[in-house]
Write a protein that binds this ligand. Structure first.
Ligand SMILES: CC(C)(COP(=O)(O)OP(=O)(O)OC[C@H]1O[C@@H](n2cnc3c(N)ncnc32)[C@H](O)[C@@H]1OP(=O)(O)O)[C@@H](O)C(=O)NCCC(=O)NCCS
Length: 167
């Protein structure tokens, strides 16, 4: 296994992570059987790809910010924080993924914990997480971070609330 010299942290997207990001995402997309075509443009102009994803931006009709979870030159995963909920609450406040080569090493659990601290700093007192019922890994991650189950949403996803002050 690769030894990380320091624990990964949430960081702003960075061109310095180009190789690790592209290879990690390609491995993850192929493992999931997902479309990899978006990686072509990203690999041809990574500076533009990063610039388009940096800072607080209006997405899904609300202010949102993307972070990468990384240690040194290693990209581990991505996480988005929506500063407020969309009208249908779709996706909740926080969405994330850990790329396949780095899964099952506790990274998502730690990444979400760090995001909850950021949410507290944004005055989000209770963060909403929505998870498909069949996504056992994400349900475990949310429960390990104190997620309290609420009713299902209209898409049949599980809704969890996390008190960010306890993060
Ligand atoms: C969900 C996801 C982020 C978990 O990332 P991760 O870094 O592997 O999570 P952790 O290592 O913190 O795992 C937490 C626990 O979930 C459980 N888990 C992890 N992967 C699992 C799997 N494939 N099947 C069942 N349980 C799993 C385990 O209990 C694990 O702890 P353990 O390995 O010590 O037993 C990752 O699988 C992923 O990116 N999936 C695709 C995108 C996604 O589902 N995002 C969340 C949308 S709500």
């Amino acid at each position: 296994m690769i030894e990380l010299l320091e624990p990964p942290r949430l960081t702003v997207p960075s061109t310095a992570l180009k190789t690790s990001y592209l290879v990690g995402e390609q491995a993850d997309m192929r493992h999931r059987g997902s479309d990899t075509s978006w990686l072509t443009a990203a690999s041809l102009d990574f500076d533009a790809f990063v610039a388009e994803r940096t800072g607080v931006r209006e997405r899904w009709g609300v202010a949102s910010e993307l972070f990468w979870f990384a240690s040194g030159e290693y990209y581990v995963g991505s996480l988005v924080i929506r500063h407020e909920l969309t009208d249908d609450e779709g996706g909740g406040h926080i969405g994330y993924h850990v790329v396949y080569p780095w899964q099952r090493q506790g990274h998502a659990t730690r990444m979400l914990r760090e995001a909850l601290v950021k949410c507290a700093g944004l005055d989000i007192e209770r963060a909403l997480l929505t998870v498909a019922p069949e996504n056992a890994a994400s349900i475990a991650v949310v429960r390990r971070n104190g997620g309290v189950e609420d009713s299902l949403n209209d898409e049949g996803e599980m809704r969890f609330w996390i008190d960010t002050a306890s993060a």
